[in-house]
Each structure stands twice: as C-alpha cells, then as structure tokens.
Design a protein around this ligand. Structure first.
Ligand code: FES
Ligand code: FES
Length: 376
C-alpha cells in the first residue's frame, strides 16, 4: 500500500477500506493527538519529524515499510528501520523531502494489536507497542513482528520478544514469557537509550534575536483568504502563526492562545470546514482558504443554538476555553456525533474551571439544530 506524504490522519480515519487493508495503521492513527491535529497532520510530516513516541513511525518499523524520499540528485528508498536515527532525527538530507510511505501487503486473517499508554487521551505516548503475526495451520504464530514507541530514542523492533512468540500458540503463558523478555532488559535498555538522548538544547543567539525583533519588511508575504465570509488580505512573515495573524492583524481576538503548541485547543478555528489548531498552522498556509473563527459562528447579532445551549447548561465560567470549545463543536456537529464521539473530541480542548459534563450536555442539545438546518 502506498501513502503519499500529504495524506492526512483524517483521510486515514475516514477511509473505511483501511479497516481491512491495514487495520493496524488505522488503529494507530486513532491515537494520534487530537481531532483538530488529525485534521491537519500528515504522513510525511510525522515521518520526517521522527518523534520517538509517534504512532506512524512505530507502525512503519513494525511492518518493514519503506520510505521514499526525493532530493536534488534523485530518489531514495529507505527501509523504515534505517530511516529513524534518533530522537527527532532521520537520515533525510537537507535537500530531501519525504514523498511516500510503502507498507507491505496485509493478509486479511493476520492477527495484530496496537496499544499505547499516555497520561491523557491525545497526549504523546509514554510508551506504546505494535505487533502482528500470521498463524500457521495449527494456530501457531508465524513471523511475529513487535515494535515499541516512546521507550527509546526511536521506534525499534524487539527481536528477543519475537523469538519467544515465533512458533507458539499465542496464549496467556506465551504472552507472559514474551512480556518478561521485553521487561527483562529494561535497565540495560534504558541506560543505552539515555546515552543516546540529545543534549539539552542551547538557545541560539541568532534565533533569539529574530524571535524578539519586529517584522522584517523584506520577508513579508501578502496572502489572501476568506474570513468569516469576507475576503481579507494581510502581510505576514512566513513564520507567523495563523493564530497570531488572526489576533494581531485582523483583531479577531476571540481566538485565544493558551499553550501555543497544540495541546489546549483554545486557538481552534475552522479552515475549509475542518477544525484546526491555529497556533500550529502558519498563516501563509491559509492562502486561498475559507476560515471561520468564533466571531463568525453567528450570522446576526443573536446567539447560535450552540451558544444558547452553552448558556443554558452553564457550559462556561471564565470563558477562556470557550471559543475553542464552540468552534470545535461547531465543526464536529456536521458529523452527527454520538455522546462518546463528542467526549472523545472535546477531550482535546482543555477546560480548567467549568468541567466537561455541562459542555457535553450543551453540545448534545445543539445536535438537533444542526440536523434541522445546514449550520446555524
Ligand atoms: Fe493552540 Fe493551545 S492548542 S494555543
Ligand atoms: Fe474556564 Fe473553560 S470556562 S477554562
């Protein structure tokens, strides 16, 4: 199976064919960050970023995938096990881009599992494991593949565990033996990993000056997009986030900024009908898009049914998280979600004072209005 670098997590989640074509991949993608991030994150981005706890690199290593990269002197095909060299580092050269991930054929009756452990839903995994094996005619594991993420500076296979599973019926005693083998070398493995962790980064004085300085006019780019139904043109530096552009240049301060690294959801806006974290998106990436912020949810001066439901159910106190809650829920309600889906998606938006029960109740009540009309 070939996945282009620009395939988004959302594409994988929405493609029902992958349930049989590659269920391990689909299960792993369900763990990737939050709803808004899955709307934007891509296959190529995850591979090139090479976070040791990321799901896709783990699946790629488990499955002996190949990564296609293209540079100034041509293309290279790199086995996934050789692509990741350490924490956030790969064999990519400075002139190369990831263009494709190739996953080997997945037999329909293959046995598999993907588990990860995180402090909260959507957080980066503390550790995770992906595995699969085929069964022979007597139900014994053939060619088991087992890999871990988050346990070292890069995803890696566990040959000693695979050896325990190979040729065995995978029952409770076999799994215990495999788990002991995985845990037995933990101290030595951890020491080896720590030796490979990168040193604490130093602040580069050149970059610090750039970050602290004002806009460099020679670097400004003019971009255009539609914002809340109206055309807008702005001049931004290439590094300006969409959140900063909306707040500082368009004065749409309803979009809040909390963490600035994709965790809290306060900055959620809707770009081309998909909820996204505007702190993680560059303004220049919005060129030609249609953007809706919390200011654009209402067509007139009144409250929308969603906003009315928030008021009725006391779904806000300080209100800091509320714009992100509203924009996220507004985009989500186009799917006719059930209560579990609403809880799962809103778990990616942090509220520190109201509590989630009234917020979920408000979104549930607003569902009826979204069914009746297009969008309020
Ligand atoms: Fe963007 Fe927190 S997710 S500010
Ligand atoms: Fe205060 Fe959610 S209403 S953080």
């Amino acid at each position: 199976m070939r996945l282009g670098a620009k395939v988004r997590w959302r594409d994988i989640e929405d493609d029902a064919r992958l349930q049989t074509a590659h269920p391990l991949l689909r299960a792993a993608v369900a763990h990737v960050a939050h709803y808004q991030i899955r709307n934007r994150g891509t296959v190529g981005g995850s591979l090139a970023h090479a976070d040791p706890a990321a799901e896709l690199p783990g699946v790629a290593v488990t499955c002996d995938a190949e990564i296609i990269v293209v540079g100034a002197v041509g293309a290279r095909t790199i086995p996934a096990a050789e692509f990741f060299t350490g924490s956030l580092t790969t064999v990519l050269r400075s002139d190369e881009l990831v263009t494709e991930l190739r996953l080997p054929f997945w037999p329909a009756d293959r046995r598999w599992a993907f588990r990860e452990f995180a402090r909260r839903q959507g957080d980066f995994a503390l550790a995770g494991v992906a595995l699969y094996y085929d069964e022979d005619a007597r139900g014994r594991a053939r060619d088991p593949h087992v890999a871990v993420i988050g346990a070292c500076s890069r995803p890696h296979r566990l040959p000693s565990v695979e050896t325990v599973l190979a040729g065995q019926v995978v029952d409770e005693p076999t799994l215990r033996a495999a788990a002991e083998k995985a845990g037995g070398g933990r101290s030595a493995g951890r020491s080896a990993c720590l030796r490979h962790l990168p040193p604490r980064p130093h602040l580069d004085p050149g970059r610090a000056r750039l970050a602290g300085g004002g806009a460099n006019r020679e670097r400004l780019m003019r971009i255009g997009f539609e914002i809340n139904g109206r055309p807008a043109e702005v001049e931004v530096e290439p590094r300006t986030s969409l959140a900063d552009c909306l707040r500082d240049q368009l004065r749409l301060t309803g979009t809040h900024i909390g963490c600035e690294h994709g965790v809290c959801g306060a900055c959620t806006v809707i770009v081309d009908a998909a909820a996204v974290r505007s702190c993680l998106m560059l303004a220049v990436q919005a060129e030609g898009s249609s953007i809706a912020t919390v200011e654009g949810l209402s067509r007139d001066d009144g409250l929308t049914p969603l906003q009315t439901a928030f008021k009725k159910h006391h779904a806000l106190q300080c209100g800091f998280c509320t714009p992100g809650m509203l924009t996220t829920a507004h985009a989500l309600l186009s799917e006719e979600p059930d209560a579990d889906r609403i809880r799962s998606v809103l778990s990616g938006n942090l509220c520190r004072c109201t509590g989630y029960i009234p917020i979920v109740e408000a979104v549930l009540e607003a569902r009826a209005a979204y069914r009746k009309a297009d969008k309020p």
